[in-house]
Design a protein around this ligand. Structure first.
Ligand code: IPE
Ligand code: IPE
Ligand code: MG
Length: 246
């Protein structure tokens, strides 16, 4: 077994996606309300974003709020939406300093007006940045994304703009929210849960999966490096034999 414990800069994932989980449990362990965990999760977001940009990871996608998360208590949902606005305001200088372009995937029409406007504003202000694309998955659900793609494709078929025979992987990919992002190479999920929770089902077809017990507010650069080192030790075969990919 390869027991290397240092990260090398070659062979990093081009697209890293993170399911930031465990904010509520982190707060509960401290005898605090769940929202205290969300507030502290923003520090881990900042550190992770900056670390990824420094390392030269081209695409970072963060699962911030799922379509299913709308079913949480209203007070928690409101707090998360307010945190989104304040974080976008606070982090804009960090995005500019590191030349990070903000992007979003999900049914953002569902977001409250203030949050949607702030999001569009930061996307507009950072659109010329080239070092890394930071995508926030907000009101995101993979099944909903696939349904929306099927509807758009069906409409094109109905209007004779597309032949059924021409529907391919790339046609489907082009109608997903992620049309301008490469496939995901690595998914990290914190908090010990080992599930995908309706995140990028199409896009993770050949991603490596990494699970850590660390709760999201405690996730630091060393934890990111551990995940990346684990990724670098894996052989991605894409269905071929080991000899073929060597
Ligand atoms: C992740 O932490 C943040 C969101 C889903 C918005 P959780 O809020 O899911 O925290 P746990 O899983 O309940 O600990
Ligand atoms: C997934 O976490 C969604 C986000 C991290 C935004 P959840 O905490 O909502 O997922 P489940 O309910 O444990 O699967
Ligand atoms: Mg959770």
């Amino acid at each position: 077994m390869d027991t290397t414990t240092t990260l090398h800069t070659g062979n990093l994932p081009q697209h890293l996606a993170i399911i930031m989980d465990g904010n509520g449990r982190w707060a509960k362990k401290k005898g605090m309300l769940r929202i205290f965990g969300h507030e502290n999760g923003t520090k881990a977001v900042r550190e992770t974003v900056e670390s990824c940009a420094r390392l030269g990871i081209g695409y970072l996608t963060l699962y911030a709020f799922s379509t299913e998360n709308w079913n949480r208590p209203k007070m928690e949902v409101d707090t998360l939406m307010n945190l989104l606005v304040s974080s976008l305001e606070k982090e804009l200088p960090t995005l500019q300093k590191n030349s990070i372009k903000l992007n979003t995937i999900g049914n953002t029409a569902m977001l409250p007006d203030g949050a949607r406007k702030k999001l569009l504003d930061v996307i507009e202000q950072t659109k010329g940045n080239t070092r890394m694309t930071l995508t926030l998955a907000l009101s995101y659900g993979s099944r909903e994304e696939i349904i929306s793609a099927v509807k758009k494709i069906s409409e094109k078929v109905q209007n004779n703009q597309l032949n059924i025979a021409d529907i391919s992987e790339s046609v489907i990919g082009a109608h997903l929210y992620t049309h301008d992002l490469p496939d995901v190479d690595l998914v990290i999920r914190t908090s010990g849960e080992q599930r995908i929770s309706n995140f990028l089902l199409w896009q993770v077809a050949y991603a490596e999966l990494y699970f850590t017990e660390v709760l999201w507010p405690d996730f630091r650069e060393k934890d990111l490096h551990e995940a990346l080192i684990s990724y670098q030790k894996r052989e991605r075969r894409f269905g071929k034999t080991s000899e073929q990919v060597k």
